[in-house]
Design a protein around this ligand. Structure first.
Ligand code: PLP
Length: 388
């Protein structure tokens, strides 16, 4: 059965049209309550058992592993940011002079700066696959260009499942096949897709998958997740936290220093991963997303946005072909003569929240939104265009 609107679980006022989860998700009430409960627990630390440093984190890791269909939760760690996760990845990669690191045009900066630094270190090259100029089947052409750009010179491809500002879908399955053929690593930033678009580690087999937790996964700002494949099994973490060492649960034996890490990816967990408040919120968040399912969320977003997409296209806005873009996040490119500042003022007046990113108005929705929200959005844009 398709999912119904879930606004009753959130605290978004009727007067607000929130189409900006791609920036920051609203907590639903179970998350808020878990956070408040955890804050109160800290007032009585004598009641917090030492198992709290470990067991709830394992629960979060299991939930995230389930969401991404990763066979072993020991390949999943919690991280504070995407840049931390990508920093860990880059720290464990050696390039040869002349190697190429391939990225997508206008990729999110945390997934650019890290590679700039890496290619400088090894005298390698950052290769950017540009967005095609043509608006006709731009998404399809972009995917073709990406595949063509992967050659024997490619050491690594770092990209998202979708473009973070315009929602173009990238064919990770085909990209993975091509990277394997050329012995290149595939590092995925799932921040704008995991939770709202199905993703399977078993299917795509990325070398690493890094994801912000505070958007489609409803965690607090400062939460994130990483999956590391066997490529990283013997790597070096960015820091050496005590809790990542084997047997660290035995708190009275911590100064019997241990050389071995916990298995698989555990060495890459951020220090103080037990973060009592965040972890409690993350557990509630992930449980609910898994129950809703990304596939049903995607379907819901498609249903509520489809009429407005038709309207906006009629008004002369450019939106990528339906089948070549995501439905939970997509970019609307306005006709050149539309005054963006005027539109921003109109949105403020009407309490419509979206993101302006580069050339795009980035629209992002979830189960608290309705077709009515999209009507308000397209009417708002239409009203400005009439004044041109
Ligand atoms: C695609 C993408 N990656 C990563 C991030 C966040 O990066 P960081 O956690 O390094 O701040 C964002 C935030 O908007 C994003 O859109």
């Amino acid at each position: 059965m398709p999912l119904q609107n879930q606004k009753q679980l959130f605290s978004i006022p009727e007067t607000v049209t929130y189409l900006n989860i791609a920036s920051l998700s609203p907590s639903f009430k179970a998350i808020e309550e878990a956070g408040i409960r955890a804050i109160k627990e800290k007032s009585k630390p004598f009641l917090i058992p030492s198992s709290h440093f470990f067991d709830p984190v394992i629960e979060v890791k299991k939930l995230f592993a389930k969401l991404i269909e990763a066979p072993d939760y020991n390949r999943v760690v919690t991280i504070p940011s995407v840049s931390y996760g990508l920093g860990t990845v880059a720290n464990n990669i050696t390039l040869n002079k002349g190697d190429e690191v391939l990225v997508i045009e206008e990729q999110f900066p945390s997934n650019i700066y890290v590679w700039k630094r890496l290619v400088e270190k090894y005298d390698a090259t950052l290769k950017v696959v540009k967005q095609p100029n043509s608006k006709l089947n731009g998404g399809k052409q972009w995917n073709t260009n990406i595949l063509e750009a992967i050659t024997d010179n490619t050491a690594l491809v770092a990209m998202g499942n979708i473009h973070w500002a315009n929602g173009t879908l990238f064919n990770l399955k085909a990209i993975r096949e091509k990277t394997k053929k050329h012995n290149a690593l595939l590092i995925i930033d799932g921040s704008q897709s995991l939770g709202a678009l199905p993703f399977s580690v078993e299917d795509i087999q990325p070398d690493a998958l890094i994801c912000a937790g505070y958007k489609w996964l409803f965690g607090p700002y400062g939460s994130g997740y990483a999956y590391f494949s066997s490529y990283f099994d013997n790597g070096t973490p960015l820091e050496e936290n005590w809790s990542n060492r084997l047997g660290s649960e035995n708190l009275s034996g911590l100064t019997q220093y241990e050389d071995k890490y916990k298995p698989l990816a555990n060495r890459y967990s951020v220090g103080e991963s037990g973060n009592f408040i965040y972890i409690q919120m993350q557990i509630e968040a992930l449980k609910q997303v898994i129950e809703w399912t990304p596939v049903a969320i995607q379907d819901y977003c498609k249903t509520i946005s489809k009429d407005a997409v038709i309207e906006l296209k009629k008004l002369g806005c450019h939106i990528e072909n339906n089948e070549d873009r995501a439905h939970h996040l997509f970019g609307v490119e306005l006709p050149k003569n539309v005054d963006k500042e005027l539109l921003k003022a109109e949105f403020v007046k009407q309490n419509i929240f979206v993101s302006f990113r580069g050339n795009y108005i980035r629209i992002s929705c979830h189960l608290y939104n309705t077709a009515e929200d999209f009507k308000k959005l397209s009417n708002g844009i239409a009203s400005i265009m009439q004044t041109v």
